[in-house]
Design a binder for this molecule. Structure first.
Ligand SMILES: Nc1ncnc2c1ncn2[C@@H]1O[C@H](COP(=O)(O)OP(=O)(O)OP(=O)(O)O)[C@@H](O)[C@H]1O
Length: 217
């Protein structure tokens, strides 16, 4: 797997949800390099998920800049940001955001079909990766018929198959036992080792220890 090597850089970022609500990030600066996996840690309510939404171009900061490679995302239109999000970012968020009306297979394969894989090729890749992630469910099931931890790994499978330059994960091991957590973190680790950039919000010291560095909010 190869990724376009992109640095993500935040400069003097300030954010509050509303004008009169508490400031969650105050002139915050940080740089995330390709080929690395960073843990974002900190007490509950400190703004870890909010930071991930900002980094993933889902929220705009109150002030400050976010650079994705050589592009300043704050200078871009909403449409340009959406395009960039679809092309460069992969997300593993707490509400796995699978389409409940479609099968596990269809939820995952779309990205591969879109990129020109044949249906049998796409199916093979999906089955291979689900097996690696130890998701032992029939691929014609719907998301409502799998467990929370399985849904999370199905979302991880979808995110990894799109080969995003930047992978953002919000508590990807939150619902998982320690053995399954290890499988998930190994997969995120492999993404970073192959040149991708991974940022993982976590409350787990064990997960943070497997990252290259920890940024505490
Ligand atoms: N949509 C929103 N509108 C207003 N305030 C919000 C919104 N979402 C989150 N907040 C507030 O922003 C703060 C940061 O929330 P956030 O979810 O980013 O924290 P967190 O560090 O990820 O927490 P946790 O570890 O509990 O998941 C909290 O005080 C939260 O109540």
């Amino acid at each position: 797997m190869t990724h376009s090597a992109l640095t993500l850089e935040v400069r003097n970022l300030t954010f509050s949800y509303q004008r009169d609500s508490p400031v969650i990030l105050d002139r915050w600066s940080e740089r995330f390099e390709p080929g690395t996996m960073t843990a974002i840690t900190g007490r509950s309510g400190r703004g870890k998920s909010t930071l991930l939404y900002l980094l993933g171009l889902m929220l705009r900061p109150t002030s400050g800049e976010l650079w994705v490679g050589s592009s300043n995302a704050e200078a871009m239109s909403d449409a340009e940001r959406s395009r960039m999000r679809a092309q460069l970012f992969g997300f593993i968020f707490q509400d796995a955001a699978l389409d409940p009306t479609r099968t596990v297979l269809d939820n995952i394969t779309e990205v591969l079909l879109y990129r020109g894989s044949s249906r049998p090729q796409a199916r093979r890749r999906v089955v291979e990766l689900l097996t690696q992630l130890e998701v032992d469910v029939p691929i014609d099931r719907r998301p409502g018929q799998v467990s929370g931890g399985q849904a999370q790994r199905i979302a991880l499978c979808r995110a990894l198959l799109s080969e995003p330059a930047i992978l953002l994960a919000d508590e990807p091991t939150g619902n998982l036992d320690s053995e399954t957590s290890r499988i998930v973190i190994d997969a995120v680790r492999a993404h970073a080792d192959s040149g991708g950039l991974a940022i993982v919000v976590t409350h787990s010291a064990e997960v943070a220890a497997q990252c290259d560095r920890e940024v505490r909010l």
